[in-house]
Design a protein around this ligand. Sequence first.
Ligand SMILES: C[S@@+](CC[C@H](N)C(=O)[O-])C[C@H]1O[C@@H](n2cnc3c(N)ncnc32)[C@H](O)[C@@H]1O
Length: 340
Amino acid sequence: MSTPENLLQKRDTHRENLFLSCAGLILPWLTPQELASISLTCKSLKHIAKSITVARSSDAARSFESLPIPFVNTVDSLPYAYFIYTPTQLLPYYRQCSRQFWGPVNPSFNHISRLHFISSSSNSLGEAFGCNCDSKCDGESNEEECPCLALRSSDVITECGPTCRCESECVNRLTQKGVSVKMKIVRDMKKGWGLHADQKIPNGQFVCEYAGELLTTKEARRRQLEYDELASSGRFSSSLLVIREHLPSGKACFRINIDATRIGNAARFINHSCDGGNLSTVLVRSCGAFLPRICFFASEDIQVGEELTFSYGNIRLRSDGLPCYCGSCCCFGTLPSENT
Ligand SMILES: C[S@@+](CC[C@H](N)C(=O)[O-])C[C@H]1O[C@@H](n2cnc3c(N)ncnc32)[C@H](O)[C@@H]1O
């Protein structure tokens, strides 16, 4: 028989469960600072905040990729780096995006979001630019049959794109399926976080795209000034990459500015090496898309545990440049710096 005490207890348990399930939905949207503040308020919230921290440090890619990318830190107490994840480059209207769910997730939730990101960022030129191949532009399609294969050149890879008729499983969409190698983000005392291979990666293998916000040159210059100031006054690292496409004469004819500082993917953790590192940057243009994407490929055979690095450039304009700790035999002592 239900006594008034029993009824009151039932009501309290129901309220507590409701509170905890709401907290489980809301807390993953919080920044680390907000999470730390809220976890001071009661034991239950502290417990939820802890499980969110564990989930965050177990996958920087928060299920947007088919493989998790964990954080590993044996040098200090920082469990993870906070940023908004995008699996591919974003057009500027995404700049308003200031929060993202990051906690224990149902993987199908982010799978849907991944498709949304990709279709929203296709920067399509229109239907006239795609191929009409039935399903896959595989080895059997010759270049006359598939115009996308015919567009390949030594410095820009052309893949099938948003307006092609072939399916997403087409082999000529190598870099569009996201990260396909096991990687981890490892903390270093001097360089901060760095991206490491967690499997052998053969020379030539696609590693990942450099994803982030696509900026105009004016905005890239404005942000670089802001980042330089922040970097000089404390522990701040920016991830603004500028790639210039050159004419055979050597003159720059096109530039692409991608800022992964606030919104990006695992590539934002790739550190510089003065010897050129073990990754090369390649421009990949999807047929029918206006802008190319920047992709990293292994430039040598990479061993398990090896840090993934590339060269940030050769120009050092600032005499007070940041110290370089790449450890290569040809280290210049300072990180590259040039006018954005
Ligand atoms: C693209 S971020 C790389 C990820 C960064 N380490 C982090 O913790 O977020 C670039 C920044 O990393 C640091 N960095 C990269 N390569 C380095 C190197 N060889 N030596 C020292 N610091 C490096 C610098 O602070 C640089 O501004």
